[in-house]
Design a protein around this ligand. Sequence first.
Ligand SMILES: Cc1cc2nc3c(=O)[nH]c(=O)nc-3n(C[C@H](O)[C@H](O)[C@H](O)COP(=O)(O)OP(=O)(O)OC[C@H]3O[C@@H](n4cnc5c(N)ncnc54)[C@H](O)[C@@H]3O)c2cc1C
Length: 377
Amino acid sequence: MNIETQLRPSVIAEPEPETMIERIARLAQSDLAPLVQDIDQKGHYPEDFMRAAGAAGAYSAHAPMTTGGEIDIESAVRAMSAVGEHCLSTAFCMWCQNALAWYIASSENQTLKATIGSKVLTGEALGGTGLSNPMKTLFGIERLKLKAERVPGGFSVTGALPWVSNLGDDHYFGIVFSLPQEDDAMVMAVADCGADGVKIIANDDFVALDGTRTFAIQFRQAFIPDDHVLADPITDYIPKIRAGFILLQAGMAFGLIRNCIDLMEGVGNSLSHVNCFLPDQPSDFRETLAALQDEVFDLAKTPFDRSDAYFVRVIKARLAAGEASVAAAHNAMLHCGARGYVRRGAAQRRLREAYFVAIVTPATKQLRKMLADFGAA
Ligand SMILES: Cc1cc2nc3c(=O)[nH]c(=O)nc-3n(C[C@H](O)[C@H](O)[C@H](O)COP(=O)(O)OP(=O)(O)OC[C@H]3O[C@@H](n4cnc5c(N)ncnc54)[C@H](O)[C@@H]3O)c2cc1C
């Protein structure tokens, strides 16, 4: 041992390396916060941020592309929530990307994992999920919109989906189609926006979340290669992915609620003499948020639990997250008053955004139907 090493005090610890969640929080503050008004009012899609978040590890914690890798849904949710504190539109784009990664990682398709899958984890490839319609179909709410037939080397798919987000000409998204010639058996696969026969069509303007690149999609005998199949048939696969799909959405809710609490507290100094008469206070939402986080992070430890009892807990947590989002944003509006009601005011934006948590599939009404179907309403 040289003299320098001997003299170095042993108590000086190396600084802890920045965690992935801290990196995402810092990136959101520096690169996303300045864009929030353009995202909300001009429908700007924050593609650079989406790619940087991938490079910083936001899409990989929950979706190991190698067998036996750790599945850390909690970290994925925490990273999304750090972004959701600033912008729900972007947090939703992250959920879309995370859902696509989740589908691929949960499949047995090693080719897809090694190709598109590994690029999705780093943000090199971007994409989303067209599973609203199948999720509603599987719970008896609507009919499947995509149909297909087997052709050499894959499937020929026809039909249309009204909304799929986080898309672009070179993006990918998960779909489910049925095979009328095979008793309507269902297959899940990854579609390529740039493939022949796939057309992305601009949608209506939304009241919020316009920066999500949400398109209607037309499939006209679009070829989906066997290499892109996630599950054929989907029978065992959907129960495997459904809890993760739902739990990951909590990231949107947690970030939004945290920011709504901050907004309420931010006006506390000047308005507490009158805001104290409002029945719901920031401390109430802190308690609600803490309880929700505990439940979601506990559920996130066992995403492949197939028991009804577990899935009912997932549905209840998701329902509570949607309801708490709307309640927190409503109260942010009431606490902030007129300063939240101006066009660039945060509270009115958060309120418009909050309703999305409650209406995105599985929407509040679907969740309540699911609970009724399980006899758990
Ligand atoms: C901003 C935004 C982004 C979304 N992103 C995605 C996504 O990435 N992936 C995804 O799968 N889903 C996406 N959706 C759909 C979303 O998940 C829900 O399915 C949708 O909000 C409606 O759900 P609901 O259960 O309330 O259904 P309801 O509104 O009760 O019924 C929905 C059905 O009504 C019909 N319908 C109603 N309005 C229209 C319309 N204007 N045009 C065409 N058909 C209509 C369609 O058949 C549709 O399936 C998005 C929706 C929005 C608003």
